[in-house]
Design a protein around this ligand. Structure first.
Ligand SMILES: CC(C)(COP(=O)(O)OP(=O)(O)OC[C@H]1O[C@@H](n2cnc3c(N)ncnc32)[C@H](O)[C@@H]1OP(=O)(O)O)[C@@H](O)C(=O)NCCC(=O)NCCS
Length: 198
């Protein structure tokens, strides 16, 4: 039995191939095994790959106990057909999609995401992002979405372009890679078009 202990539990969202649900502490092993321990997944992220499940546990604690309206995290759980196609265990999270920052005055939400390598290239993160945006527009009143991408993360740039984001600016040496090297950060944005309801 899963125990959800968030102050604010994100609503469960079901898409064609995925369930996006709140994280729980029982996700520690799957999260570590499926993506947080993988250096290829962490390559363009601020933090290093986790060297032990204890590190994943501390991240999960922050997801589970310190979520707020401005900081929401969904576990990506593939449906049975997608698990069977990819020989994955049923009912295990394979990645995360998050609203890492929500400005309730400006109505702007910043997105973040990561996915187990075995599922790359199947349009999973675009499907998850589209669903989160569709939820966030009526529930949080979001008018503009953004995402920050380290220069060189072409897969993430492709995801954002497929989801209708545009590159609006670059922060030169705007962050540190997990190797300690400085990195340019590309800012992508999408303004909600209420007339077309997207
Ligand atoms: C970036 C990431 C989230 C993309 O998710 P995804 O569900 O694989 O996205 P898509 O299936 O739409 O693929 C996006 C692009 O990845 C590239 N790609 C596809 N298969 C790939 C593979 N096996 N290996 C590497 N890149 C691949 C392609 O360029 C693809 O674009 P295309 O559809 O125009 O060919 C995923 O690669 C990931 O988790 N990366 C590590 C974490 C990360 O970088 N997070 C984002 C931080 S800003």
């Amino acid at each position: 039995m899963r125990r959800f202990q968030h102050k604010i539990v994100p609503e469960q969202i079901v898409t064609t191939r995925l369930t996006l649900r709140a994280f729980c502490m029982e996700d520690e092993q799957a999260m570590f095994k499926n993506w947080t321990s993988d250096a290829q997944v962490a390559r363009f992220m601020a933090g290093k790959a986790h060297s032990s499940p204890a590190i994943t546990r501390s991240v999960l604690e922050s997801f589970c106990y310190h979520s707020s309206r401005g900081n929401l995290h969904w576990a990506i759980v593939p449906n049975r057909a997608l698990c069977a196609e990819n020989r994955l265990a049923d009912d295990e999270p394979v990645g995360s999609v998050s609203i890492v920052r929500f400005d309730s005055v400006r109505k702007e939400a910043e997105l973040g995401y990561a996915l187990a390598r075995v599922l790359w290239g199947q349009g999973i993160i675009p499907e998850a992002i589209e669903a989160i945006m569709k939820w966030a527009i009526p529930h949080l009143g979001v008018k503009r979405f953004s995402a920050q991408v380290f220069d060189g993360n072409e897969a993430s740039v492709r995801v954002l372009k497929k989801c209708g984001f545009s590159h609006t600016s670059t922060r030169s040496n705007g962050a540190c890679r997990n190797t300690g090297e400085p990195a340019d950060v590309l800012i992508f944005e999408k303004v909600v078009n209420f007339r077309n309801d997207d």
